[in-house]
Design a protein around this ligand. Structure first.
Ligand SMILES: *Cc1c(COP(=O)(O)O)cnc(C)c1O
Length: 350
């Protein structure tokens, strides 16, 4: 790959940002990485000031939704050194999503070297406060034009970043979905396709209107198997066993999910990767064996669920002194921020 050209902003916004009160993904760093696919190949990425992009209304992204993304983070350790967490997994998954959406796969160097070059330019934007990080959002979408329903002939890959604060979800109340589906057999549920989210917003709003925060997705066929928690993978703990569903066409292969499984196995926590049903967790809740339920994903790492609703009844999870979920969150964030030994070789320095 040729050297990445860098055009720096002449008007950095960094001094206008309140790093003590960052939300999630709402302020954006000074620069972005852009790479174009034209004439059958990906070009050399460039770093430019964060700015609007111009597209024709005939660009296929607007018509046929060829659009995918990734989500990852960069962390500062106590010595202000920058680390990434399993970025190779994000790269692999981006291309898994690309293939399913008929988007040309991206060369590894564009992703890895492009990402590192961007982080070096915007290194000041990586927050140092405890629990905060730089959220990284790679996106890839069709810029090629035409109303013909077929894959575009031009695409854009962009990485933009957002300094984000510590994420406290509070007492999350979820509704087990019995009508709508996030994904189907043979569909695109395993891909990080923008459209998967578009389809979730309406059922999620219906759940919010009923007083819940999020939907728990069940299988599209019977609505009996628990599959994902909003845009996170889901875990339950029954007695001392941690259970999560197997990845499939319908369940996204989350990096947080697989990191939890590896850490739990290393600690001798009993884990089962198997299908589990709504009936099973309702029964477990009634007989007191359901101890924990949590979502797992890059943004929150682990998001404990306090209550789940099913068929007009709310089931409450017990308030525990030492939940395994929070312990696993600490294990992961300690590795991410270089506070603990990296047994698995997950941490990558900038
Ligand atoms: C991104 C995502 C996850 C979590 O994946 P991580 O790699 O852990 O961030 C889970 N489910 C869905 C549907 C997702 O889009």
């Amino acid at each position: 790959m040729n050297t990445i050209k860098v055009t720096r902003t002449s008007a950095s916004k960094i001094n206008s940002i309140d790093f003590e009160n960052l939300g999630f993904g709402s302020v954006f760093s000074d620069h972005m990485l852009v790479c174009d696919y034209t004439n059958g190949s990906w070009g050399t990425p460039e770093i430019v000031p964060f700015q609007p992009i111009s597209l024709m209304p005939s660009a296929k992204i607007f018509h046929y939704g060829q659009s995918i993304f990734e989500g990852m983070k960069a962390y500062k350790d106590a010595d202000k050194k920058t680390w990434l967490f399993r970025p190779d997994e994000n790269f692999k998954r981006l291309n898994i999503s690309a293939k399913r959406l008929s988007i040309p796969e991206l060369p590894e160097a564009v992703f890895m070297e492009g990402l590192k070059a961007l982080l070096r330019v915007d290194e000041q934007w990586i927050p140092t406060q405890d629990g905060s990080s730089l959220y990284i959002r790679p996106i890839m979408f069709a810029t090629g034009e035409g109303f013909h329903a077929s894959p575009a002939n031009a695409y854009k890959f962009i990485i933009c970043t957002a300094p984000s604060g510590a994420y406290f979800a509070g007492k999350v109340k979820v509704l087990i979905e019995q009508n709508y589906s996030r994904s189907a057999n043979g569909g695109v549920g395993f891909a990080k396709a923008g459209g998967n989210y578009a389809g979730q917003f309406y059922p999620t709003q219906l759940a919010i209107d009923k007083g819940y925060h999020q939907v728990i997705w069940t299988d599209d066929n019977t609505h009996e198997y628990i599959e994902e928690a909003g845009a996170m993978n889901i875990f339950v703990r029954i007695n001392d066993t941690l259970i999560t569903g197997p990845t499939s066409d319908r369940i996204l292969d989350g990096i947080t999910r697989k990191s939890i499984l590896d850490i739990a196995k290393d600690e001798g926590i009993k884990v089962e990767v198997r299908k589990f049903t709504v009936t099973e967790i309702v029964e477990a809740s009634k007989n007191g064996s359901l101890k924990e339920m949590f979502g797992a994903g890059t943004a929150a790492v682990i998001s404990p669920i306090a209550t789940f609703g099913f068929k007009d009844i709310d089931y409450h999870l017990p308030e525990l002194e030492n939940p395994i979920g929070l312990h696993l969150k600490k294990r992961i964030t300690d590795i991410q921020t270089n506070k603990a030994e990296d047994l698995f070789g997950w941490r990558v320095s900038l």
